[in-house]
Design a protein around this ligand. Structure first.
Ligand SMILES: *Cc1c(COP(=O)(O)O)cnc(C)c1O
Length: 227
């Protein structure tokens, strides 16, 4: 299948999942995850109307940006970000979806201050309890967000999670539901500098379940580039 066909098919699946859940398909943004994908294929996706790209390595994103540029698409960091890479990330990305350590947040804060830019961020939450997964714990999320929300250049816009890798997407539902419930709860607390409008959850194998549970951003790679 071509990238165009895969994107068409994906759009149909997103619409059906949204409509089945009584949601407006336009309320769900597609982040096309292009890690390991070559520039030609990324250009093809952009030609099909893709507006948001997700990368998981700063260096790889910078190399691709040198060829593709920044004007026609937004670049989101979706992978683990070490504090020593935060300075470059502050320049390379339009949103950081994977903030989960104070040292990384501080490094981003400092660099964005120097650059005189604000940075939309999401807080990565470990909703599966799996030790190998990154993210702040459900219990620790509020105090973490209160600290990060005080860092002025950083704008907390919501939460991100990765569910456990499971064969049956139904098994990811509980993770997605926990993220939505956490966002709802945090939204009642009126934390200055933080809003919880964005829920980034769902990948190729489980995005329909994520949409049913309220995802406003889904992050898809394989279903576009590897099928
Ligand atoms: C690779 C990746 C995705 C996309 O996963 P697919 O299964 O290829 O759709 C989404 N989010 C993150 C953080 C990723 O690293």
């Amino acid at each position: 299948m071509s990238i165009r066909e895969n994107l068409l098919r994906l759009t149909g699946r997103i619409e059906r999942a949204a409509e089945g859940a009584g949601r407006d398909p336009k309320s769900i943004q597609l982040v096309v995850v292009t890690k390991t994908v070559g520039v030609e294929q990324i250009r093809e996706a952009i030609d099909c109307g893709v507006k948001l790209l997700g990368e998981n390595r700063v260096h790889e994103a910078l190399e691709k940006q040198a060829e593709i540029g920044r004007a026609s698409v937004e670049w989101h960091m979706v992978g683990h970000l070490q504090s020593r890479k935060a300075k470059q990330a502050a320049e390379a990305f339009d949103m950081i979806q994977s903030v989960e350590s104070i040292s990384t947040a501080e490094a981003l804060d400092k660099r964005c201050g120097v650059l005189g830019r604000s940075m939309p961020i999401l807080i990565e939450v470990n909703t599966s309890g799996e030790e190998q997964k990154y993210g702040v714990s459900l219990e620790g999320a509020e105090s973490f967000i209160r600290r990060v929300a005080r860092m002025r250049p950083l704008r907390v816009e919501g939460l991100m999670t990765m569910a456990a890798f499971v064969a049956d997407p139904e098994e990811a539902r509980a993770s997605f539901r926990r993220l939505r419930e956490l966002a709802n709860e945090l939204a009642t607390k009126n934390i200055e500098g933080a809003s919880f409008r964005v829920l980034s959850m769902g990948m190729s194998n489980d995005f329909e379940v994520a949409i049913e549970e309220g995802a406003t951003m889904i992050r898809i790679g394989t279903a576009i580039f590897a099928e």
